[in-house]
Design a protein around this ligand. Structure first.
Ligand code: ZN
Length: 170
């Protein structure tokens, strides 16, 4: 009786998930193909770089939080001031109504009145920039994202300080 010929079957690489011939694996039983094995040092270098980047970002954020927490205990955050002022005006609607009343009281064509128009145009420009910044997140570079994250964290820190909560960035 002839010996049965066992032909090793193609199998799937655990890394690239390609189905490959047995000779494309360096050793029988190894789950990664030869090509993925050769890529391994490069993959590890990339992972190291990502890790270092993450550590730098965390360092930066921690320093930022520490610096922010080092602020005098009696100084309110910017957001806090804004909230308090809007509250005193009777929220946003009240604030806008008071603003409008002042604009209406100013003489038509006066410098005071024109200044108000200029201000509203500037606010509109800021609003457009804010909207665009939100939309640009997908195309932003890593540096831009890091910067945006820092600013965002600082804002959160300021808000939370206003409410007397603990800051905890993992
Ligand atoms: Zn592979």
């Amino acid at each position: 009786m002839p010996e049965p010929v066992i032909t090793p079957l193609p199998r799937r690489c655990s890394e690239c998930h390609e189905t490959r011939e047995p000779e494309e694996f360096s050793v029988e039983g190894v789950s990664r193909c030869k090509y993925c094995e050769a890529m391994q040092p490069e993959i590890e270098r990339y992972a190291d770089r990502q890790q270092q980047k993450k550590e730098r970002l965390n360092d930066g954020l921690n320093r930022l939080v520490q610096a922010s927490l080092g602020r005098g205990p009696n100084l309110p955050g910017v957001t806090e001031i804004c909230q308090e002022m809007y509250g005193l005006f009777g929220d946003l609607k009240g604030f806008c109504a008071a603003w409008m009343a002042d604009i209406n009281q100013a003489k038509p064509g006066s410098k005071t009145r024109l200044e108000q128009y200029k201000l509203i145009v500037q606010l509109t420009q800021a609003a457009v920039a804010e909207q665009q910044a939100k939309l640009d997140i997908e195309s932003a570079t890593e540096e831009e994202l890091e910067q945006a994250t820092r600013e965002y964290v600082l804002r959160i820190v300021n808000d939370q300080q206003g409410e007397g909560e603990n800051v905890n960035i993992a």
